[in-house]
Write a protein that binds this ligand. Structure first.
Ligand code: FAD
Length: 411
């Protein structure tokens, strides 16, 4: 097989799909507009969390109005006049219904379980970037404790390996956490990653195995002849031709896919991280459940990541929201709010309104494919996405369980 596939986007999805296609014998070129470092794929919280619930849930629907008005809420929607946002919010509201939530949770559980299996060889290959000893989800309140017990039951029923510990047991192994932490759910199936090192490893491997990776190549247009993709046009005017196209450009896929005559409506959900220095940080990465923030020790620094802000496609740093991260973590980690900050970052999660990624053949096209919309779970679902995409490019239909993620639902 020597079909040439061009992939737009060198984030986690583009790189993992490129790797899979290379292993299946395709000649693969990845075109990345930036440098590979700096997107959501390198700035994320670094927690591979199979079984993580989707963004639209019945609980979110109940809180949505309050969140809309509360600038300190982890999920925040600054008021702005935007018809696409309004349409997206209405579809999101429908997706929060219990029946839809149940359906997408089942799909994502199965998908993340498969993806977790596919991470095993990568963990062997890149132990400096991936640590498979699990992560914790911790709480300080009684309500939080009840939530963890329910999460344990839900995850166990879906076949995930979890263990509920009381605060004392948890702190015996990891004394960096505050005595007010009441309970911890250890996600034993989880993987903690250094996202920058993971992206570096994947890009190094990709080129070592014969893939072509071109950075600084912004695709400005996708050209087609009726239902066949023909070439992409770069910012300098160069055209790159191929036998097949994969759009894996995160939130920017929304614009590129319009050249192929369809719409995949997504909103950018901005998140932030700060890197801080601490003398005795916690050992294990943890999701601070009530604060909706992740604390992840990385080398000699600690990353605090979180917040979800639907403010459009931009990289504006809102100081108040960046500061919220350290403030939110201070009740869980003594002294964390006073630790010196080394850097701050923001990036965009690509979010569909129905809470599912968009994967497969671009409707109406014969040789153009898409893989996007992974929201809060792009790293977690990456290897599974690559397997599904490669199957589609080889001419297979998506398996039945994955059909709700079919990009054709937007036709
Ligand atoms: C704060 C935060 C925390 C997160 N934490 C986690 C977590 O713990 N676990 C998890 O699983 N997920 C997490 N996520 C989500 C995850 O980061 C995303 O789902 C994932 O990175 C999406 O990957 P992607 O490859 O689709 O998009 P991106 O990472 O956005 O990559 C797309 C790439 O395409 C390139 N591109 C765009 N347009 C063009 C063009 N026209 N031409 C060429 N190149 C182009 C961009 O430069 C970019 O490099 C988090 C996200 C954020 C923001």
């Amino acid at each position: 097989m020597n079909d040439r596939i061009v992939i737009i986007g060198g984030g986690i999805i583009g790189l993992l799909c490129g790797r899979e296609l290379l292993h299946r014998g395709y000649a693969v070129t990845i075109l990345e507009g930036g440098t590979l470092q700096g997107s959501a794929s390198t700035g994320n919280a670094g927690v591979i969390s199979p079984g993580h619930p989707p963004i639209p849930t019945p609980e979110v629907a109940a809180k949505a109005f309050r969140m809309l008005l509360d600038r300190r809420s982890p999920l925040y929607i600054p008021p702005r006049a935007s018809l696409p946002l309004l349409r997206w919010l209405l579809a999101f509201r429908r997706a929060c219904r219990p029946a839809h939530f149940k359906m997408i949770s089942q799909v994502l559980d199965q998908f993340s379980m498969r993806s977790r299996e596919l991470f095993d060889p990568l963990v062997q290959e890149a132990p400096h970037a991936l640590d498979a000893s699990g992560f914790a989800e911790i709480v300080r309140t009684k309500a939080g404790q009840q939530h963890l017990a329910m999460e344990r039951d839900r995850l166990e029923q879906s076949g995930f390996e979890v263990e509920l510990q009381d605060g004392d047991t948890f702190r015996e192994q990891d004394p960096g956490w505050d005595p007010s932490v009441r309970a911890a759910l250890i996600h034993r199936h989880g993987i903690v990653t250094r996202p920058d090192l993971l992206i570096q490893h994947l890009s190094d491997q990709f080129t070592a195995e014969g893939g072509q990776l071109r950075t600084g190549c912004q695709v400005i247009r996708v050209h087609r002849q009726r239902n066949r993709f023909e070439s992409v046009e770069l910012n300098g005017g160069e055209r790159v031709e191929a036998d097949g196209l994969l759009l894996a450009a995160g939130i920017w896929t929304t614009r590129l896919v319009k050249d192929l005559g369809i719409r995949i409506p997504m909103q950018a959900a901005k998140g932030y991280h700060v890197m801080i220095e601490m003398k005795s940080p916690p050992r294990r990465a943890a999701l601070l459940q009530e604060a909706c923030v992740v604390v992840n020790p990385m080398g000699d620094q600690v990353r605090i990541a979180g917040t979800l802000e639907l403010s459009g496609i931009n990289d504006r740093m809102v100081t108040r929201r960046v500061n919220m991260l350290q403030e939110a973590a201070r009740d869980y980690v003594p002294g964390i709010d006073e630790a010196p900050r080394r850097s701050e970052w923001n990036g965009l999660r690509p979010c569909t309104a129905d809470g599912l990624p968009a994967i497969g053949l671009v409707p109406g096209m014969s040789n153009a494919f898409v893989a996007t919309g992974h929201a809060m779970m792009g790293v977690t679902l990456g290897p599974g996405t690559a397997e599904l995409v490669a199957g589609c490019i080889e001419g297979q239909a998506l398996p039945n369980w994955a059909e709700p993620m079919n990009a054709s639902r937007f036709a």
